[in-house]
Design a protein around this ligand. Structure first.
Ligand code: FAD
Length: 234
């Protein structure tokens, strides 16, 4: 019997597993994915998130992921450009980072496992186990396709925005909006991190109808120039 079974082992699931395991809970963390793997997301961790990772004791692990600290942000609407540095958090943290998810998520999951959580990858949540109207565990399928029922005192759905756990227990949506725009991403090589001296790292948001474009990670003049050139083609 686990104290807590957590479905989903990325930012939310692994961070919670880490915290609970450190406090002595017996924690099971499952994910239908295996790690390292990517997921549909941007990568920017705001200073508040970096501050949180510090409190979790993971600042060195974050820096070891290899993405440069980002101290300035620019939002470029064309005629109006807003540029500046985020206000520091109470602990003084004023930098963000933008690591790729296939690096960041396994770092968190590894930390949870190091704290004592059990991680089962390629394991899918199927439905909650119920007894007298109460959730008492999770039905899962193993990597070999077998059904495995796991009892747990508490079950947490950290399985993303189309959460099967939430649907299964009838959790209501609130503050839901239709998508009114879209974002696209691209990854560039040779933009400066390997240069000596390196170009400054920055994050920029360029807005134009109908698309917004984030420039993460390496930035600098070269990235902007190439982005401008690419605008014609898109
Ligand atoms: C296009 C886009 C850009 C974004 N950019 C940013 C950004 O720059 N910065 C930022 O902070 N946030 C950003 N976000 C939001 C961010 O991606 C989410 O807030 C974050 O990923 C949520 O983390 P999570 O751990 O709750 O869920 P997820 O990261 O979605 O992880 C859920 C996990 O649950 C697993 N899972 C799902 N169903 C099951 C099942 N049945 N059984 C077992 N496992 C299951 C999945 O495999 C997955 O690994 C962006 C989101 C999108 C879509």
């Amino acid at each position: 019997m686990y104290d807590v079974a957590i479905v989903g082992a990325r930012c939310a699931g692994s961070a919670l597993a880490l915290r609970l395991a450190r406090e002595g809970a017996k924690v099971l963390l499952i994910d239908r994915a295996s790690f390292p793997s990517d997921t549909m997301s941007g990568h920017f961790i705001q200073p508040a998130g970096v501050s949180c990772l510090r409190r979790m004791g993971l600042p060195e692990e974050l820096q070891a992921l290899g993405s440069p600290p980002l101290e300035r942000m620019t939002v470029d609407f064309g005629p109006v450009v807003l540029s500046g540095s985020p206000a520091p958090m109470p602990d003084g943290t004023a930098t963000g980072y933008a690591p790729r998810r296939f690096r960041f998520d396994p770092m968190l999951a590894d930390a949870a496992v190091a704290a004592g959580a059990v991680l089962r990858e390629c394991t899918s949540f199927v439905e909650p186990l119920m007894e007298a109207g109460r959730v008492t565990g999770i039905r899962t399928t193993t990597p070999a396709g077998a059904v495995d029922d796991v009892p747990a005192r508490v079950v947490v759905g950290a399985d993303g925005k189309r959460s099967r756990v939430a649907r299964a227990v009838g959790a209501e949506s609130y503050k839901a909006h239709e998508a009114t725009t879209c974002t696209y991403y691209t990854y560039w090589e040779g933009m400066g991190r390997d240069r000596n001296p390196p170009l400054c790292a920055r994050r920029a948001l360029r807005c134009g109808r109908p698309l917004w474009r984030w420039v993460d990670l390496l930035g600098g003049r070269v990235a902007e120039e190439r982005l401008r050139q690419s605008e014609a083609g898109h």
